[in-house]
Design a protein around this ligand. Sequence first.
Ligand SMILES: Nc1ncnc2c1ncn2[C@@H]1O[C@H](COP(=O)(O)OP(=O)(O)O)[C@@H](O)[C@H]1O
Ligand SMILES: [Mg+2]
Length: 254
Amino acid sequence: MHYISATDVGKTYQSPSGPVPAVAGATFSAAEGEFISLLGPSGCGKSTLLMMLAGLEQPTRGSFHLAGHEVNGPRRETGIIFQDATLLPWKSVLENVMFPIQILKLPEKDYIDRANELLNRVGLSNFTAKRPHELSGGMRQRVAICRALIHDPNILLMDEPFSALDAITRDQMNVVLSELLERYRKTVIFVTHSIREAVYLSDRVLVMGGKPSSIILDLTIPFNRPRQFDIEETAEFGALCRELRLTIERAHHG
Ligand SMILES: Nc1ncnc2c1ncn2[C@@H]1O[C@H](COP(=O)(O)OP(=O)(O)O)[C@@H](O)[C@H]1O
Ligand SMILES: [Mg+2]
């Protein structure tokens, strides 16, 4: 069952210096509950593909379908997380998590327990009254994840959410996200340029590359869930990383 499908999707931006082809003819699908990474070097069109899937950019060719409906604008069943947590500085952690409920004009009393439960699951139950400036970068990104999940969207779109964090915090965030998704199963499209992060988190990794850019590899990651972080030390993990790295290198030089 294809929960998400992209059919021959392309995007060419118009700029003052002429057309900029960002994505050309990307075709892929995702089953409900699958975790898919889009992996590739900077500039290969990952964000463009994700923003089209979110309904925030229009494709110049092809189309996306979510649960049988063509995407032609932002949808409520989609939660989005960016590299920067973009929290409201004057609101508390709890108020930031509740903010989408206010925007969507849903009854706050129906969601407050969920907000507290989410914050508890990411280890922030003692920080609910703090302001964003009192938190570390990793903590702020945990709040952003809770905010994206508060209205219980089916689909989570994440654009390099951990790229601004230091390596140790990033590893911790991978574990936090993985555990959170064991509890709240979502269909996830996760953009990253980290090969290890993609392999640890994903059911499938789609590599983007080429000129013009498209999907050049669709690699299944066969590890069972829940996953322990020490799978990163296995030979099988290393072999998957190597295959992805070679594919990216070939696309870059070939
Ligand atoms: N609004 C825009 N106008 C013109 N060109 C753009 C715009 N957004 C992105 N691009 C170009 O499209 C290509 C893909 O960008 P992007 O999707 O941001 O890649 P990535 O997320 O993989 O780094 C790049 O060459 C970038 O310069
Ligand atoms: Mg990007």
